[in-house]
Design a protein around this ligand. Structure first.
Ligand code: ADP
Ligand code: GLC
Length: 473
């Protein structure tokens, strides 16, 4: 089976969040279970530093806006699977990966270029696997071309929802410029009087998935469905939840090249050295007995940062450290700054994006805070589990599916989990975790349970294969 995976970001070429991790790892995981998968992603200014391989095509002609756009394509295998990187400086050499007024046009172009590339490099794939709103355009194009161009008759589309909150909404007047002139295409995009690339992908793809089972259920409810729940319910026989895996080649404390010492479930000594290095990095006093609470996140409303704000004073009153790595909304960044100024000997912050530091924090911290308002899957709680850093999470989306509240009597569970979006409930779990932390045997048990959990990609890849096969039936 031949599968083309399209994604706006993919590790190691680009990343702003979990989508990058997933798109980087999935094609490799698919190949490991016998699927002939390849990846297509843009070549950004931000891709510099990654191994982009060699120029493979220097004259990819793309029908675009009434003319022909000639793009270059690079080929690399740096993520363990064949990858084509579309070079179109006009669209992708920008100061950031997202955030421009014509993002819809940039990604419509990426989709159009991807289809031209797929046709250029060989036989039609069986599956075109599309990710998030950035790839909704290709779903519509393929559904349309299927009736006109024999090349596109057989490929089936699978559309994965990583985050329903991002929808790629734009003025429907622009549709014809992007090459969507037919009534069918227009109808696919139309959503509350505007065009939505996400809605288009959900409406016309052959099969849909979301990145965890609980999130797949949540977004079929009006309160979490962003006005798209009706469509998801309508298509529920084609819609499945598949929980992401994590890439143990990149996130493994036994081999992680960012760490000063290594460790694993049965020998955790190296974690103390990582803790020391982490405190040192933030110029905090070295007291290895005191727990470190950590947070690594995009600072957006999704992540429930208000709850962290509300419990911060109580948390610091226990004597614990708090270390945060994040960037995003200014108000949250300012809060972190104030917190550090308030307790400089307990708080360490890094405002910005830093991959290496993310690894050291996962390894050196004791607890990981993730009180998300909603969380399609979440990867950091799974990285934390692997690194013996006990997650304290809210029971939503993928957090509900991957974290089980620790039960002292039965010795079962890998973290702490609360349901209600309330700082009191969050704090209760923080205290419960602290209590366990000071009982070494109990703590060791929770860590063991998390570290031995299998969240590898293999399972997820097999589930995707089953989903791909269903498109044919
Ligand atoms: P989301 O995709 O919603 O941001 P995930 O938990 O799925 O949430 O994935 C977030 C990914 O981005 C993780 O790999 C995390 O380590 C990384 N990340 C988030 N913020 C930062 C940051 N400031 N610096 C480094 N890595 C970050
Ligand atoms: C999105 C979600 C996150 C998920 C990631 C990868 O960014 O916010 O929860 O883990 O996609 O699927």
């Amino acid at each position: 089976m031949r599968v083309a995976v399209l994604s706006a970001e993919a590790v190691p070429y680009s990343k702003t969040g979990g989508l990058g991790d997933v798109a980087g790892a999935l094609p490799k995981a698919l190949r490991q279970v016998g699927i002939d998968a390849f990846l297509i992603t843009p070549l950004y200014l931000q891709t510099k530093g990654a191994d982009v391989g060699h120029p493979a095509i220097d004259d990819l002609d793309i029908e675009w806006r009434g003319g022909v756009y000639r793009a270059k394509v690079f080929y690399s295998e740096a993520n363990g699977s064949p990858t084509f990187l579309i070079a179109a400086p006009e669209y992708f050499h920008r100061s950031a990966i997202y955030g421009f007024w014509e993002d819809y046009e940039r990604f419509a172009f990426f989709n159009q270029a991807s289809l031209a590339l797929i046709k250029r490099v060989g036989a039609p794939p069986d599956i075109i696997h599309l990710n998030d709103w950035h790839c909704g355009f290709a779903a519509v194009k393929i559904a349309h071309l299927r009736f006109w161009d024999s090349y596109w008759r057989n490929p089936r589309t699978v559309f994965s929802i990583h985050n329903l909150a991002y929808q790629g909404i734009f003025d429907a007047e622009e549709l014809w410029k992007l090459g969507f002139g037919s009534e069918f295409e227009r109808n696919a995009f139309m959503f509350n009087g505007a065009a939505s690339a996400l809605k288009a992908g959900l409406a016309v793809s052959d099969m849909l998935s979301a990145v965890s089972r609980t999130y797949a259920k949540e977004i079929q409810q009006p309160e979490n469905g962003y006005d798209l729940d009706w469509l998801l319910r309508q298509r529920s026989n084609k819609f499945f939840g598949i929980t992401n895996g994590i890439d143990y080649d990149v996130w493994n404390p036994a081999t992680d090249s960012q760490l000063p010492a290594h460790f694993n479930a049965s020998d955790i000594h190296g974690k103390r050295m990582c803790k020391r290095a982490l405190l040192d990095k933030f110029f905090l006093p070295i007291d290895l007995e005191r727990p470190i609470f950590a947070s690594i996140t995009r600072l957006t409303a999704q992540k429930g940062f208000e709850l962290i704000q509300q419990v911060a004073a109580e948390l610091l009153a226990t004597g614990a450290y708090f270390i945060a790595l994040g960037s995003g909304d200014k108000s949250y960044e300012d809060f972190l700054q104030k917190l550090r100024d308030y307790a400089p000997r307990q708080v360490g912050i890094f405002k910005g994006y830093n991959e290496d530091l993310a690894h050291l924090i996962e390894a050196g911290a004791d607890m990981f805070l993730m009180p998300s308002k909603f969380e399609p899957c979440g990867l950091n709680q799974m990285y934390s589990l692997r690194y013996g850093t006990v997650p304290i999470v809210r029971a939503v989306g993928g957090l509900e599916d991957t974290v089980q509240n620790f039960d002292v009597v039965r010795g079962k569970g890998n973290g702490y989990k609360f349901r209600e979006l309330s700082s009191d409930k969050f704090l209760e779990k923080i205290y419960e975790a602290l209590f366990a932390y000071y009982e070494p045997e109990t703590w060791r048990k929770i860590q063991w349970n998390g570290m031995t959990e299998d969240n590898s990609w293999e399972n997820a890849a097999r589930n995707y294969v089953a989903l791909y096969q269903m498109t044919k039936s």
